[in-house]
Design a protein around this ligand. Structure first.
Ligand code: IPM
Ligand code: MN
Length: 365
């Protein structure tokens, strides 16, 4: 596999370094050939090349099998207009790669239950997957902009039937591999785009009679996520709703730093942790690399199609948490050791190789 690595800004650089390490070690063990190519994106690219998504980066990504991204965003560029900011680099990259389905799994780790802002009895056993539409809605809808006097601004939320259909199919297919339930989230009591969304999802559901479909308004979904998160299996929703709900779901697991994501369906798959560049804690070796490392597990599953290697990484994450190691963001309740970004990377790498070896020994017998 050719992997383009875009570490980006802030803690993106630190967490990506650990993710790359885990991938090269695990790939080495399973004899998956991996080649890394590091390129610039976001604020780092603006500083060196003057633009958030340089042509070189774009080309390298298009020539690879998968792209691994850290995070983009830097307060240094806060004064710039949306079209010049680091974030636009990521949005253009998503468009270039073409992945329209962004998968964001959020599960309750038993060992982290004390780190969740929810009471254990509410959160334990939660295991959900957000399928966020990633190339439509307010993020990309035209027209957008300011009026001439700059005293009015506007964005457009639009969806075509085809855009809804293709992401709905990903949600139903994913549900088939899980507990066979899709909750489609919209605002059909107010928005036309949501009416179209709901009608289309209902129609697509007829091809998946083994999967249960329910609809929920987005405000109600935000509430249900904190009152009864176990009810959810797959949550299917449009771009902005998915952005908001996935931060909410992420923090329930203990920290925004825990969540991974995979963007599939396009020319090239894109893997990135859900968290941002967190400039307030960058360059201190304290950020949580688990979201980035869990994104490696997704890469091994979806792009490398190597379920065993993916499970090896997931088991290693679970074991390191069970052994009581915590970065600052998840260090609550009973734990053994406050651990740095690179130490968590060391530990997960070591546990992954141990898990792989024992798996190997087991199969050899
Ligand atoms: C995310 C991020 C991005 C988004 C930003 C950085 C553009 O918040 O991946 O959730 O809004 O999609
Ligand atoms: Mn977000």
């Amino acid at each position: 596999m050719k992997i383009t690595v875009l570490a980006g800004d802030g803690v993106g650089v630190e967490v990506t370094r650990q993710a790359v390490r885990v991938l090269s070690e695990v790939a080495g063990f399973y004899e998956i050939a991996v080649e890394f190519d590091e390129q610039l994106i976001g604020g780092a690219a603006i500083r060196e090349k003057g633009v958030p998504l340089p042509e070189e980066t774009r080309r390298a990504c298009l020539e690879s099998d998968a792209v691994l991204l850290g995070a983009v965003g830097d307060p240094e560029f806060d004064h710039l207009l949306p079209e010049q900011r680091p974030e636009i680099g990521l949005l253009k990259l998503r468009q270039t790669l073409g992945g329209f389905a962004n998968l964001r799994p959020a599960t309750a780790f038993p060992s982290l239950i004390e780190s969740s802002p929810l009471r254990a009895e509410v959160f334990e056993g939660t295991d959900l997957l957000i399928v966020r539409e990633l190339l439509g809605g307010l993020y990309f809808g035209q027209p957008r902009g300011f009026n001439e006097n700059k005293n009015e601004a506007f964005n457009t939320m639009r969806y075509s039937i085809e855009e809804v259909e293709r992401v709905a199919r990903v949600a139903f297919e994913s549900a088939r591999q899980r507990r066979k339930k899709v909750t489609s989230v919209d605002k059909a009591n107010v928005l036309e785009t949501s009416r179209l969304w709901r009608e289309t999802v209902t129609r697509i559901a007829k091809d998946y009679t083994d999967v249960t479909l329910e609809h929920l308004f987005v405000d109600a979904c935000a509430m249900h996520l904190v009152t009864n998160p176990r009810q959810f299996d797959v949550i299917l929703t449009e771009n902005l709703f998915g952005d908001i709900l996935s931060d909410e779901a992420a923090v329930l697991t203990g920290s925004l730093g825990m969540l991974a994501s995979a963007t599939i369906g396009g020319k090239i798959d894109l893997y990135e942790p859900v968290h941002g560049s967190a400039p307030d804690i960058s360059s201190q070796n304290i950020a949580n690399p688990i979201g980035a490392i869990a994104s490696i597990a997704l890469l091994l599953r979806y792009t490398a199609k190597h379920a065993q290697a993916a499970e090896t990484v997931e088991t290693a994450i679970k074991n390191v948490l069970e052994a009581g190691y915590r970065t600052a963001d998840i260090a609550r309740g009973d734990y053994k050791c406050l651990t740095s970004t690179s130490e968590i990377g060391d530990l997960i790498t070591r546990h992954a190789l141990e898990a792989a070896n024992s798996n190997f020994a087991f199969h050899a017998v």
